[in-house]
Structure formats: C-alpha cells, structure tokens
Ligand binder design. Structure first.
Ligand code: C2E
Ligand code: CA
Ligand code: CA
Length: 742
C-alpha cells in the first residue's frame, strides 16, 4: 500500500529566522571590528608613550653622568692630575671657551684643533641658553643646574647643560659645564677672565651608549637620527636641547597588534568552532526535521514502515469504504514474545536491529494491498484487505507466526523471538475504529494468555467485556475531567517504624456503580484513552497542595511512562511547583523502568532537568524489570524502592531473601536511599532492619490514608501510631472517605 504524503510550510519561517540571525551576527561583527580597531590603536599609543618616557629618562641619565664626568675630569686636570681612563674613553674633545664661544684652551690630551669646528654653531646655540639660565653661576656661583623648566628633560644635567645632536650620520653628546672655583684658580688667568670660561665636552655617541640607553629603558634596539623617521612603524622622541637636531628612534612594542593578533586568532578559532557548531546543529536539526518529517509522512523512524498515525488514517479510509458497502478487512495486532528480554540482554542496538528485521519480515509476507505499521516498542499492526470471514486471514496469521518463529540473525548469533497475534474482523466484529481496535487488543490478550506463539480471533463472548470496558473508560474520562478521583497517602517510615519520613500519593477511583476500581486498572485505561496526562497533572497538583501542610516530610508522586515521556512534562512539574509553592526538594517522583526503556536519552535529559530544579527521583518497583542494575548505574536516582513482590515471596522461597539482601547492599553502596515496599509482617520488618534498609512502607505501618490522617501524624511530631503486622490486623483498606482514624 502506497504511503500518502504530508507536507508542511516550515521553510519560509526558517529562512526568515535565518535572515534575522545573519543580520544580528553581521552587526555584532561590525561592532566587534570597530571596538578591536580602537582598542588596538589605543593600546599601541599608550605603549609608545610609555617607551618614549622611559627612553627620555634613560637618555637624560646618560647625559647627566656625562656632565658629572666632565666636571670631575676638568677639575682634576686643572689641578695637575691626568685625565682618567673613563674620561679619555668618554670624550673625544674637551676645551674651554669663553662666553662668546671663542675657544680659549684645549685641554690635553684632547688637542685636535679644528676637528670639531663643525660643532661650533651647535655649541654656540647651547651656550646662549646656558648664559641666560646660568648667569649667576657664571658670575662666580657654584656650578649647578640652572636649566629652564620648559626644556625637554634629557638635556639638563646637574653641572650644566648637555644635549644629543646629530651631524650627518654621527650622533654627538655635548656637555657644557662651569669650572669649579678651584679649577678657575688653577688657571693662569685673571679672575674676570677665568670667570667667563666654561668647559665643553664633545662625545661621539657610539653603539655602547645607545645600548646602555636601550637597556635602561627596556627597549630592544634604538638609533639616533637627525630627523624623526617618516616610517610609521618607527617611533621617535626628541632628545636634542636648545633646538639641537636629535631623535631617538625605536621600533615600539605594539601590544595592540599583539592583542589583535591574539584576539584575532581567538576569534578565528571561535568562528571555526561556531561554524562547526552551526553545521553540527543544522545536521542535528536536519536529522530532527527528518524524523519529524518522516513521522509526519506516516513513517516509523526506526523501521521505515508505516507508523500508528498513518495506520489509523488508512484504517479510517478502509472503514469508510466498508460503510459504503465495500469489502471487509481484518485488523491484526502483533506482539513479539521475547523482545523485552532480547532488548535488555543484548542492548538497545540489538533491539533496534531486531525491530527492523521483524518489520521487513512482516512486510514481505503481505500483499501490496495490505499495510503493516509499527505502533511503538514491539507492537505491530496489520490491515489485511479483502477479508470477510476468519478463514480469509487464518492463512496469513499462520504465515506471520511462522515467519516470527524463524531465527533472526544478529551478528552471526541466532535469536529466537516468536510472536502473538490478535485478529478482529470488520465489519463482523465492529465497524467502529475504537471498538475494532479494542477487539483486536482483546484477541491479542487471549492469544498471549493461551500460551503465546499463537493467534486468536476476537470472539463474540468477548464482546460484552468490550462493551463494559468501553463504558468504564467513558466513565473514567468523566471522572478525570471532573476531578472526581481521590488521592490517598501511604506513609514511608523510619527503619524502626516509629517516625513518619514521607508519603506516597496513590490515586483512587470510586466508580459510581462498580465500586473502587484499582489504580493498576484505571491507570492503564487512562494511558490508552489519552487521559493520563490530565490525570497525572491532577495527582501532582493535588499532592503538592496537600503537602503544604506537612512541612517536614517528602511527598512521592507516581509518574506513568507516557506522562514522563511527554515533552512538556518537566515544564508541567515546574509550573505546578511554582503555583502551589511546594519546595522542589520535598517532591519525589517515582519512575519505573519502563520510563527509561523506550527512550533512554530522552529520559536522561528530563531527569537531568528535574534534578536541576531540586526534585528527587525514585526508581519504583526495583527488581521487577530486566536490567535495573544497568539503569541504576546510568541514571541518577536518589532512591530505589524494592518491589513488594520480593517480600511477598520471601517467606515462600529463600531466593528472594538473597535478592533483597543484595539489592539493599547495592543501593547502599551506590549512595542511594533504599526503601522496602509492602512490609506486612514483623518478620519482614526485622529482616529489613538487619539488612540496613533506610525506609519502610507497607500495611504493617499504615495503609494508604486520607490527607487529614497524615496531618494528624505531622501534628503529633511525626510519631507513627504503633505498627500492626498484617497477620494480626485488618485486611481491608480503610473505606473512602476515611472517617478520622484513631
Ligand atoms: P506502586 O507505585 O508500587 O504503589 C504501591 C502499591 O502497593 C500501592 O497499591 C499500595 O497500596 C500497595 N501497598 C502498599 N503497602 C502494601 C503492603 O504492605 N502490601 C501490599 N500487598 N500492598 C501494599 P495501589 O494503591 O493499588 O497502587 C498500585 C499501583 O498503581 C501503584 O503501584 C502505582 O504503580 C499505580 N498508581 C497508583 N497511583 C498512581 C498515580 O497517581 N499515578 C500513576 N501513574 N500511577 C499510580
Ligand atoms: Ca510507587
Ligand atoms: Ca512500587
């Protein structure tokens, strides 16, 4: 049968969203680039200023030392001593001049007249300022710093005036210092003549000087030049005094560039990562969209055959044809017999492979006018067309059973499954979709009950049951929608049985004519009829509302697998917690393995979100499933509740006792709270006490009771009424509503 196709209009919405995202991304990028450019320039400029200041300071120190050496040298020499090596190495020329700049005396050994003639103009320039600022000194004061405060720092020395200057390619450092009084006296000159003399020292700036300045300022290399370099990558500061042409040039550290480089490479990495993520996300989205699309298109994502949605549409069409007088058809429900254990023992991947193989095998046994669908898990359905009597489909049912009995090859290993089939025929059994499906369901139930690996037809004898069930289901809908259910609470007590630690909420439905219907029955019905979400929400809200009066205890709520798997579940829990004001840490959700089995990843996410808001999680009915141990390790539960069936059979077979024993120890070693359910006798109580279970629950301590009864225990300081072992106590759960016990 050809699968009809469904299409959507999601493309336009998606592309609009993408345009907005691109716009925001581009604007963000432009802003980032501007900020980065500004940051880079700013950073570089500050670093340049910093370097410049340090260079000027280092150059100034150098000149200042030069001035001191010159003063000392000259005074020593005038006192008849020879020039020191330091002075000899430092200066190329030292001479005395008068204030008009006329050379008066060249001090030996610095006697190379005319050699520094080209510096005459520069010296005269410096001398002019020197004369102005150091007038008093020249009139007989002690040689000292007199420089004007406006000049660049480097040229001022303590003993006079010094400056760098560049002539041609050669740098010089000139110093003008005054003579000491003793020095002046030592000269063969009159007082007035000697007073008018100053000392000039000429020094060629060699590489060693530059490296000393570089070292003192933390700059790696520098040079002296006559004019500032036009190269923008070279920085310069003036180190010439009195208009002397001299600039120190260096390649400034550009931390802004480095920063930009770093940020740039970071951005590039981020961009690459982002792009990768986007690509990854869009692949995920694509995969997601594919799943949605295939679902919408009526395909089962795993096996590729039809899904429930498509099947019911086709079923409706077939029903409509029958109504118009067309030929009848058969509805076959198929359940695999050993699938759950295969899934648990060999893992989900193996389970998936089996499902795919089964789907193909079933498909291959059908005519093109028939349709097979997977309803979920290991449930399949077949619509066999052109059928009016059971004989028409017996052959097919046998063929399908045979096909399912054949081994499946799983990586070389032979897996035997088998299946059970329930058959309902339209219009013989019903021409109404719901009823027909219920018929097939009942037939399947009969087939399983009859020993599996067989098929069963819906029999008329079942039809009354179907009708009853239909009407009860209808009543349940009314009860759920009108909030006519009740909620009881069963205490969870401390290991000595004396203190109330928490309660488990248990739903009750009192049917108007059929009396109390057990939750095991109506919860299943609610799941089938799509009422479970509403029911579950009612229970959760009611439990949270009631819990507000019991400040010190935890309140557990059972969550059905369908409810838990619903995408809005976590949001519903949050909303109800918020609306009722219940602290999340006092809410405990009891989940069963079935919650996890079908969609482990989805369950893990929801559990993570719930734990994140502080809700506690308990694994209910522990030990009844197949792979509890694996789940315990993977999923973060706070508590395990050992199923009451173990305690029930403990007295009968010693085996259960061993299991309970090891489960308690396992739970304890995993740091979980271990609860034993269904404690009925003093012996069970003693046994659990000895094992070290943490909490107990059972008829021995209390049956499920009304909220008011729990309030009474809370008011009594959480002290439980004395325990009454089942073998001595009553058998009945308190009638509803419970008229205030004790
Ligand atoms: P459960 O979660 O395992 O709940 C414990 C069941 O054990 C309750 O049965 C409780 O009355 C019964 N029980 C407690 N102590 C003893 C004892 O000492 N001996 C015996 N024999 N039984 C004891 P109940 O109330 O009939 O509930 C049956 C199941 O129905 C629950 O099993 C739970 O799976 C489900 N259920 C009940 N209320 C809700 C609900 O609000 N939501 C959902 N999703 N499921 C519910
Ligand atoms: Ca429970
Ligand atoms: Ca349980």
């Amino acid at each position: 049968m050809r699968l009809p196709e469904f299409s959507g209009n999601r493309e336009t919405v998606r592309s609009q969203g993408q345009v907005t995202i691109s716009l925001i991304t581009s604007l963000t990028l432009v802003c980032m680039v501007l900020v980065l450019a500004w940051g880079r320039a700013n950073h570089n400029h500050e670093a340049e200023l910093f370097d410049g200041n340090r260079l000027v300071a280092a150059a100034s120190t150098e000149l200042s030392q030069q001035g001191h050496v010159l003063t000392d040298t000259v005074n020593e020499m005038l006192s008849g001593r020879a020039a020191t090596d330091a002075a000899r190495n430092m200066f190329q020329d030292i001479f005395l001049i008068d204030l008009d700049g006329q050379a008066a005396l060249r001090l030996p050994p610095f006697s190379s007249p005319g050699e520094f003639e080209f510096l005459r103009a520069s010296v005269a320039e410096m001398l002019k300022t020197y004369r102005e600022t150091a007038g008093s000194e020249l009139r007989g004061g002690v040689g000292d710093e007199r420089a004007s405060g406006d000049e660049p720092a480097p040229a001022k020395t303590l003993s006079g005036r010094s400056s760098f200057l560049v002539v041609g390619d050669q740098g010089y450092a000139l110093s003008i210092v005054s003579l000491s009084a003793a020095g002046k006296r030592a000269l063969p000159l009159s007082g007035a003549e000697s007073r008018a003399l100053v000392v000039v020292g000429v020094r060629e700036v060699r590489a060693s000087v530059l490296s000393r300045i570089a070292y003192g300022s933390g700059v790696s290399t520098l040079s002296l030049s006559r004019t500032p370099s036009p190269d923008p990558s070279v920085s310069s500061v003036p180190v010439g005094l009195d208009g002397q042409p001299a600039f120190i040039e260096w390649r400034a550290d550009k931390p802004g560039d480095r920063l930009l480089g770093n940020i740039g490479s970071m951005l590039v990495s981020f961009a690459a990562l982002f792009a990768g993520l986007l690509a990854y996300r869009s692949t995920l989205k694509l995969a997601d969209a594919e799943v949605t699309a295939t679902k919408l298109a009526g395909q089962d994502a795993l096996s590729g055959i039809a899904n429930r949605l498509l099947f019911t549409r086709v079923l409706d069409t077939a029903l409509a044809q029958v109504e118009r007088g067309g030929r009848g058809f058969a509805l076959l429900f198929i359940d695999l017999d050993r699938f759950k254990s295969v899934n648990d023992e060999l893992g989900h991947d193996a389970g998936d492979k089996i499902i795919i193989a089964v789907a193909h095998r079933l498909q291959s046994k059908l005519r093109t006018t028939d349709l097979v669908a997977r309803f979920g898990g290991d449930e399949f359905a077949i619509l066999q067309s052109g059928v009016s009597t059971p004989a028409d489909c017996e052959v097919l049912a046998e063929r399908l059973l045979f096909a399912l009995r054949e081994p499946f090859d799983l990586n070389g290993e032979e897996i035997y499954l088998g299946g059970s089939i329930g058959v309902a025929i339209c219009p013989r059994d019903s021409a109404d979709r719901e009823t027909l499906m219920r018929c097939a369901d009942l037939a399947l139930y009969n087939a399983k009950k009859g020993g599996r690996n067989r098929f069963a037809f819906f029999e008329n004898a079942l039809s009354e049951q179907v009708e009853i069930r239909r009407s009860i289901e209808e009543d349940l809908r009314i009860a759920v929608e009108s909030g006519a259910l009740e909620l009881l609470y069963q205490p969870l007590v401390s290991i000595d049985g004396r203190k109330l630690l928490g309660v488990e909420s248990l739903a009750r439905w009192r049917h108007p004519t059929k009396g109390l219907i057990p939750p095991m029955e109506f919860i299943g019905m609610a799941e089938k009829r799509g009422l479970i979400l509403q029911l579950g929400e009612w229970v959760l809200r009611r439990a949270c509302e009631d819990a507000r009066q019991w400040l010190d205890i935890k309140v557990a709520v059972n969550v059905s697998a369908i409810q838990f798997r619903h995408p809005g579940f976590v949001a519903t829990v949050k909303r109800i917690l918020h609306e009722t004001g219940m602290e999340p840490s006092r809410l405990e959700l009891e989940l069963t393995e079935s919650v996890i089995v079908d969609d482990a990843d989805g369950a893990e996410n929801a559990m993570f979100d719930l734990r994140a808001i502080g809700v506690r999680l308990a694994l209910d009915d522990f030990g009844t499933g197949y792979s509890s141990l694996i789940y315990l390790r993977r999923f973060a539960f706070d508590k395990i509740k050992i199923d009451k069936s173990f305690l029930e059979s403990m007295e009968a077979t010693g085996e259960s006792a061993i299991i309970v024993h090891s489960v308690v120890h396992l739970g304890r070693s995993l740091g979980l709270t271990v609860v034993a359910e269904g404690v009925e006798t003093a012996e069970q109580h003693r046994f659990l006490q000895a094992l070290g279970a943490h909490e107990l629950q059972g008829y021995m301590f209390s049956r499920p009771v009304q909220a008011a009864d729990i309030s009474r225990i809370c008011a009594n300081g959480l002290v439980m009424p004395p325990a009454r072992p089942m073998d001595q106590g009553d058998e009945e759960e308190p009638s509803l509503p419970l008229a205030g016990a004790a």
